[in-house]
Design a protein around this ligand. Sequence first.
Ligand SMILES: [Zn+2]
Length: 401
Amino acid sequence: MKYIVVLGDGMADEPLKELEGKTPLAYGATPVMDSLAQLGEMGMVKNVPKGMAPGSDTANLSVLGYDPELYYSGRSPLEALNIGVDMKEGDVAIRANLVTLSQEEENYEEKRILDHSADEITTEEAEILLEAVKKELENEIFQFYPGTSYRHCLIWKQGMTVPLTPPHDIRGKKIQEYLPEEPLLLKMQKKSYEILKDHPVNLARMEKGLNPGNSLWFWGAGTKPSLDSFEEKFHKKGAMISAVDLLKGIAVGTRMKNISVEGANGGLDTNYEGKADAALKALLEDDCDFVYVHVEAPDEMGHQGSIEKKIKAIEYLDGRVVGRIKEGMDASGEDYRMLVLPDHPTPISVKTHTANPVPYVLYDSRNQEKKEGLSYSEAEAQKTGKMVEKGHELIWHLLEK
Ligand SMILES: [Zn+2]
């Protein structure tokens, strides 16, 4: 038996009047996931425990079977695992985003945050910008490590896990009341704007009509995580396929195999087929029992507030990932169980994450008894009345047979 999780980051949403009262998931053409709903089981699952912040960190830990209340020690430390940072006890990892701040205001505090991702700046450009920051700001206490696209890491030697605001939560807002209260962090963030605002890489981006990465933004502070081995916990050999450091970091922490796919970039134009093919290869050729395929695009499109692009991302996920995996597995003759779900909703209306339950569909290739008319959506999953209260228990359901 083989086991597959396909995770559409931020895929769940709220009904939109622009879509005749439907959600993007319900509105988009998703024939493959609909067929899984007809042949499998649907329900709702709470991936974010009460009182915890809804993020891909807490929610994906849940989906992978790790109770965030026991295992979560902050977001950035999980990413740091993948970036290859050797964190010591007492060190604090902080996510450093390259963001776009408005330029016209004189004072830093007066600026607004226009884009938490600097138009999903390329990793190559980001590395150059981070190098410029490093030169001026790095010392024995603070060290910078480049990650992927706009997502980077600051290590604060023997630091503090201070409260910080995620930049994707305050897009369009004046930054004053969301700035770090910790004076050293605030000073560095301000200084980064001076270093970056007229950097040639940013000038070239603006020339092309792209948002510049003109400031760092610190958030997601945490200490070194200690995760149990996935194989010891679940007795399955697991592999992770994701473009983002957070998920790859979780895989490092849980000693799962990390599979890199060329052209997988966390964006709408990611290499969907490449991810599906990598999953098939891991299961059918490389002796893995379990693969976790993570697709970031629906979440990013939710943050951008683009209905059209979010639907596209979901449709691509359906045909080019879920469909392609299903076809490949069916052709192989191996029995398999496949779970498809989001981690958390990223509703278009709020452009950020919420903690609400999300719909899941669980398919078992041995069951071909069809319930006509069903489709995979928030509303239909809700109608089943099934609710998994503790997200980290759903994986046992996937692995049970
Ligand atoms: Zn997100």
